[in-house]
Design a protein around this ligand. Structure first.
Ligand SMILES: Nc1ncnc2c1ncn2[C@@H]1O[C@H](COP(=O)(O)OP(=O)(O)OP(=O)(O)O)[C@@H](O)[C@H]1O
Ligand SMILES: [Mg+2]
Length: 287
């Protein structure tokens, strides 16, 4: 089942009645389990708009999105009310800007909101919230603080905890590590990776960081001007020459490999996925 896009268009309504076509003819299938996807592309290419279709926050203006068997399109919107609550519980979306998500008086109340809203007891919601707050790397001293008086990175962590606490089947994170320091970034990516390894849940991360793409993703989606221009493995993406046209950086490990090849006049093939593989290849070649 999972999430299926069938020829999806999305137009933001403008004041001039012309609107702005942010998504065009998207065809895409996402499996309900087992995927670790990164979604990349230039600023304004439609990444955030695309993921807001994955839990029915936005309704396509053309085509259909089917989320765990529930069809979302213009005809259905007109005809009857579709129950969106189960979808929002199944597909958890962490917004790019935490301010859009945080609203309660305290961090604890904010993180509890999701699980409570989906029918578990008050005490169970407190337990789930505390666990999630701990997982994202915040200690108990944050529980009674206002989410609005936190730093950008702390707000980000609270908004992630709020979605983790709901235990969605599919977890989507819109630039979860932007604004975090390098250590915080790695530890959060480790958290998402650990959830994926332990539960086999599908995880989708929007990022501008090619190291994240190369180190973690099994599948990469590239958006460009509202269309999906690539859907495949990171290894194949970075071996293509047209990444220049898509304004993408090259992961550090590949830049380093290339520099070593030139400096030492050797060929390292296939391209290493991480530092350990690079070291092993170097040992093979040089000894
Ligand atoms: N509420 C809105 N009304 C009108 N146009 C919008 C709205 N939100 C986004 N857009 C436009 O739609 C396009 C896609 O925006 P979107 O936020 O999906 O891009 P993005 O790929 O997530 O970019 P970024 O990397 O900067 O987050 C942009 O050109 C943007 O200006
Ligand atoms: Mg965005």
């Amino acid at each position: 089942m999972g999430i299926k896009f069938e020829r999806v268009d999305f137009k933001y309504q403008g004041i001039d009645n012309k609107g702005y076509l942010a998504l065009s003819d998207i065809v895409l299938n996402i499996n309900p389990t087992g995927e670790f996807i990164t979604l990349i592309g230039e600023t304004g290419s439609g990444k955030s708009t695309l993921v807001q279709h994955m839990n029915a926050l936005l309704t396509p203006t053309g085509g259909t999105v089917t989320i765990f068997g529930v069809k979302i399109n213009q005809e259905i919107k007109k005809k009857k009310k579709v129950k969106l609550n189960p979808i929002r519980k199944q597909v958890g979306l962490v917004f790019q800007f935490p301010e859009y998500q945080l609203f309660e008086e305290t961090v604890l109340k904010d993180v509890m909101f999701g699980p409570k809203n989906y029918g578990i007891s008050h005490n169970e919601a407190i337990k789930k919230a505390k666990e999630a707050i701990d997982i994202v790397g915040l200690d108990d001293s944050y529980l009674e603080r206002s989410p609005f008086n936190l730093s950008g990175g702390e707000k980000k962590r609270v908004s992630i905890a709020g979605i983790l606490a709901m235990e969605p089947d599919i977890l989507i994170l819109d630039e979860p590590t932007s604004g975090l320091d390098p250590l915080g970034k790695e530890s959060l990516l480790g958290v998402f990776n650990e959830i994926h390894q332990r539960t086999n849940k599908t995880i989708i991360i929007i990022t501008h960081d090619m190291n994240t793409v190369y180190n973690y993703a099994k599948r990469v989606l590239v958006m460009r001007e509202g269309t999906l221009v690539y859907d495949g493995s990171p290894q194949a993406l970075f071996s293509r020459s047209n990444i220049d046209n898509w304004n993408l950086d090259v992961p550090d490990i590949l830049t380093l490999t290339k520099a070593l090849e030139t400096r030492l006049n050797i060929t390292i093939h296939p391209a290493p996925k991480n530092k350990e593989q690079l070291l092993n290849r170097l040992k093979e070649v040089l000894t």
